[in-house]
Design a protein around this ligand. Structure first.
Ligand SMILES: [Zn+2]
Length: 251
C-alpha cells in the first residue's frame, strides 16, 4: 500500500510529519520496483491478484489519487511491466495536487486498474447510513462516469473498517474491500477484508524484501497492536483528566 510519492522540489499535499511518513520517495519507489523485477516478482493489480496466479507476485496499490500516481508512479510501473490499482478519492479529482480528469482517463488507457477510496476521505466508521452510501455508492458512480468502466474495488480511508463498512461496500456493488490490516491474502481470505501493508518512507530495501516474502508481517502486526494500545491508553487517560476537571480552568 503506497500513497503520494515524494519528489524532489515538489511539496507534498500535506506538510505534517505524520503524512510524510507515508510518502515514499520517487527514488526509493524505483529501487523497490527494480528489486521486485530482479527477484522474479510480478507486480499485479488487485483484479489480477484475486486469481492467485502461481507466479511469485505482489499486488501493488495506491490510495488517495495524488497527481504523482500519474506523473511518477505510472512511468516506473510501465518500465517494469507491472500492474497496479489506484484507489481514487472521487471528490478530490481535479483538485490541486490530485489527479485531473484527463490524468485519470490516461491511467485507465494505460491499463491500470481504478478503484475507489471514498468520496471525501471521511472515516467510514463514524458515519450514518446516508453518509456511508454517499462515500461508497455515489463515489463509485462518479468515478465510473469519468472513466467509463466499472469500478469494482474499494479501499478504506485511514484504514477505518467494520461490519457496516463491509455491508455498505457490498450494497454499492464492489467486488472487494482493501483494509489496512496487516496480513497476506489467500483464496480463503474474505474479499471484503483484504489485508495490506503500508510501505513507509525510509524503509530499507531489506525490510521491503521481508514484507514481500511475508516474513516481516508478524513483527509489523505486533508493532501496530502496540501503537493502537498506546493511542487507546492516551485517549482514555486524557478523557479521564478532562472529566476530572484538570483541564477545565481556561477562562
Ligand atoms: Zn487515504
Amino acid at each position: 500500500m503506497y500513497h503520494e510519492l515524494e519528489i524532489s522540489a515538489r511539496s507534498l499535499r500535506q506538510p505534517d510529519a505524520g503524512y510524510a511518513r507515508y510518502a515514499v520517495s520517487e527514488h526509493q519507489f524505483r529501487e523497490q520496483m527494480r528489486y521486485l523485477s530482479e527477484h522474479g516478482y510480478h507486480g499485479l493489480m488487485v483484479g489480477q491478484a484475486l486469481e492467485f496466479p502461481r507466479q511469485k507476485s505482489v499486488a501493488i496499490t495506491f490510495d488517495d489519487g495524488s497527481e504523482t500516481d500519474f506523473s511518477a508512479v505510472a512511468p516506473i510501473l510501465r518500465q517494469s511491466g507491472f500492474g497496479a490499482t489506484f484507489y481514487i478519492t472521487s471528490g478530490w479529482v481535479g483538485q490541486s495536487g490530485h489527479l485531473s480528469v484527463s490524468q485519470l482517463n490516461e491511467l485507465t488507457h494505460q491499463g491500470f486498474e481504478i478503484g475507489c477510496h471514498s468520496m471525501s476521505h471521511a472515516y467510514l466508521t463514524d458515519l450514518n447510513d446516508l453518509e456511508l452510501q454517499r462515500e461508497t455508492f455515489d463515489a463509485k458512480s462518479r468515478l465510473e462516469q469519468i472513466i467509463g468502466k466499472p469500478v469494482e474495488h474499494f479501499s478504506c480511508p485511514g484504514g477505518r473498517y467494520n461490519r457496516r463498512v463491509e455491508q455498505a461496500a457490498r450494497a454499492a456493488g464492489y467486488r472487494t474491500v482493501a483494509t489496512s490490516r496487516i496480513h497476506a491474502n489467500s483464496p480463503s481470505t474474505s474479499r471484503f477484508a483484504l489485508g495490506r501493508v503500508a510501505i513507509l518512507s525510509a524503509v530499507p530495501i531489506a525490510s521491503f524484501a521481508a514484507i514481500c516474502t511475508g516474513e516481516a508481517l508478524r513483527r509489523l502486526r505486533a508493532e501496530s497492536r502496540v501503537r493502537d494500545a498506546a493511542k487507546h491508553l492516551l485517549g482514555s487517560r486524557l478523557y479521564d483528566r478532562v472529566r476530572g476537571g484538570l483541564l477545565g480552568h481556561q477562562e
